[in-house]
Design a protein around this ligand. Structure first.
Ligand SMILES: [Zn+2]
Length: 143
């Protein structure tokens, strides 16, 4: 009863409980969610007999500064050190505070946290590297 040819080790995430499943499963092995019913954006379906809530919740989006912080953090490691790391630190802090103030509008706190961590680590490594170079130059005058 397996779909032919689709199994390249692909995975999907159960929209109800978050369990990672092989993408050829019809039902979640953890909570029994019908994976063929499509993505569920609004969290848990209501219990039987209860109507869906009539208010509509606008979809939250990733806070742009949090995303920028994440990207700057990556750039600081793979392209240009230090300056993007400073930007990642500042943008991450600003982005997180905006997410905290508007949790109904924004998500992406994890991006900001990763951006802050990458930025801080990159700044630290850059400073250490500069110190090492300075010390080695000072201790070997005439090089
Ligand atoms: Zn599940």
């Amino acid at each position: 009863m397996k779909s032919e040819g689709s199994g390249e080790g692909g995975v999907m995430v159960c929209p109800r409980c978050g369990k990672v499943l092989r993408d050829d499963y019809a039902f979640c092995t953890h909570c029994g969610w019908d994976m063929r019913s499509g993505a569920v954006q609004g969290g848990f379906p209501p219990p039987p007999g209860y109507p869906y809530p009539t208010y509509s919740v606008p979809p939250r989006r990733v806070e742009p500064m949090a995303m920028a912080s994440f990207i700057c953090g990556l750039v600081s490691f793979f392209l240009v050190p230090f300056l993007p790391a400073v930007a990642a630190l500042v943008l991450g802090i600003l982005g997180r505070s905006r997410i905290r103030e508007n949790p109904q509008l924004y998500e992406g706190d994890a991006y900001a946290v990763v951006g802050i961590i990458l930025g801080a680590v990159n700044i630290f490594l850059t400073v250490v590297l500069v110190l090492v170079v300075v010390v080695s130059v000072l201790s070997h005058p005439g090089v």
